[in-house]
Design a protein around this ligand. Structure first.
Ligand code: NAD
Ligand code: ZN
Ligand code: ZN
Length: 356
């Protein structure tokens, strides 16, 4: 199978021909149709976070494809031919206090797709039967891909933000994640302010329902949002610590700041006094559960969300990364569509895989 492999944090990904992996206990083999490029994949490929993956590995946690082969053990109703998504939460223990209280994304035993587990930047990927999520009929795999991380993450972040019909919600960073955050906030009935330094991204945000647009390169977002009364919730998906500080400054009294983006530069400075006197909440939000993703797919099936993406062949992975980084990507999300589509795995191809 063809795969895009990270061999080292300081080198581009390599397109390689690898053996098709074999599903083990509790696992399924998925023939990947599409996989989105999340900014997390870029952080992973460059080793930018405090906890790093171990090269070699295959990134990708917006993989969507067809179950091709079942491993052993319980399969949770999965059968060959079903379309599934392979989200970031590739595995959780299922028994700890987090898993058993609707907070599986906090499980200390979790393994993440495209990080500790090989991900969807490949023609085939292994998923845990308990953790892959069925994609409803009628949803195009290229639509399902951005929903699998960008969608579920911002759906959860908007829920956590407490947004409701009378709220003013500011979304800082309206790229892959942010263009969906705007839509989930709109679904609550809230009025949405989109903030981004990229004018094309602001235009997409406007097209999907943002009522106010702010470009921090042209005006001070704190002053602009305070003029509107201050944000009841600010959700920061921007890959910039400065945007988090501005999101904080944009809050109304009693407002809530939701951290979602994970910039390489890991620290910000916030005042204690204003946080206490303003009764402000600061909250970290990490992806969403399998159940959240089912809800995200259902909202899309009902026509309540719109996805803006451009497709790329997997071979263009390094050029795609550059376009996300320099802001020249033609859409908020880039999605790889695998050329394979054909050629079932043969027994002869089964064998070792790379990474964990
Ligand atoms: P993206 O590159 O598509 O979007 C980031 C956006 O932020 C871009 O549109 C960019 O122009 C904008 N931006 C950059 N600097 C800014 C600034 N100073 N002010 C305003 N906007 C600014 O990335 P993405 O795929 O949407 O991911 C965003 C971040 O979220 C990444 O750090 C990623 O790792 C993280 N992430 C977190 C979770 C989670 O569970 N918390 C899940 C997925 C991704
Ligand atoms: Zn992601
Ligand atoms: Zn657990």
């Amino acid at each position: 199978m063809k795969a895009a492999v990270v061999r080292s944090f300081d080198r581009p990904l390599q397109i390689e021909e690898l053996p098709v992996p074999q599903p083990g206990q509790g696992q399924v083999l998925v023939r990947v149709e599409t996989c989105g490029l999340c900014h997390t994949d870029i952080h992973a490929a460059r080793g930018e976070w405090p906890v790093k993956p171990s090269p070699p590995f295959i990134p990708g946690h917006e993989g969507v494809g067809i179950v091709e082969r079942l491993g052993s053990g319980p399969m949770y109703g999965l059968e060959p031919g079903m379309r599934v998504a392979l989200p970031w939460l590739g595995y959780a223990c299922g028994t700890c206090r987090y898993c058993n209280s609707g907070r599986e994304t906090l499980c200390l035993e979790q393994k993440n797709m495209g990080y500790a587990l090989n991900g969807g930047f490949a023609e085939y990927a292994i998923g845990y039967a308990r953790h892959v999520v069925r994609v409803p009929d009628g949803i195009d795999p290229a639509d399902a891909s951005p929903l699998t991380c960008a969608g579920v993450t911002t759906y959860k972040a908007v829920k956590d933000s407490g947004a409701r019909s009378a709220s003013l919600v500011a979304v800082f960073g309206v790229g892959g994640l942010g263009h969906l955050a705007v839509q989930y906030a709109r679904i609550t009935g809230a009025s949405v302010i989109a903030v981004d330094i990229n004018q094309a991204r602001l235009e997409s945000a406007s097209a999907v329902g943002a009522e106010h647009l702010v470009n921090p390169l042209e005006e001070d977002p704190i002053a602009a949002i305070q003029r509107l009364g201050g944000a009841d919730a600010a959700i920061s998906t921007a890959v910039s610590p400065k945007a988090f500080e501005q999101a904080y400054g944009s809050l109304a009294r009693g407002g809530k700041l939701v951290f979602v983006g994970l910039p390489a530069d890991n620290h910000i400075q916030l005042p204690i006094f204003e946080t206490v006197l303003g009764g402000l909440d600061i909250h970290g939000s990490i992806v969403g559960t399998r159940h959240d993703l089912e809800e995200v797919f259902e909202l899309h099936r009902r026509g309540l969300t719109t996805l803006e993406y451009a497709e790329r062949p997997l071979e263009d992975v390094n050029a795609a990364i550059e376009q996300v980084l320099d802001g020249s990507a033609p859409a908020p999300r880039l999605v790889f569509r695998m050329a394979s589509g054909s050629g079932a795995a043969t027994a002869g191809e089964l064998g070792a895989t790379i990474g964990a």
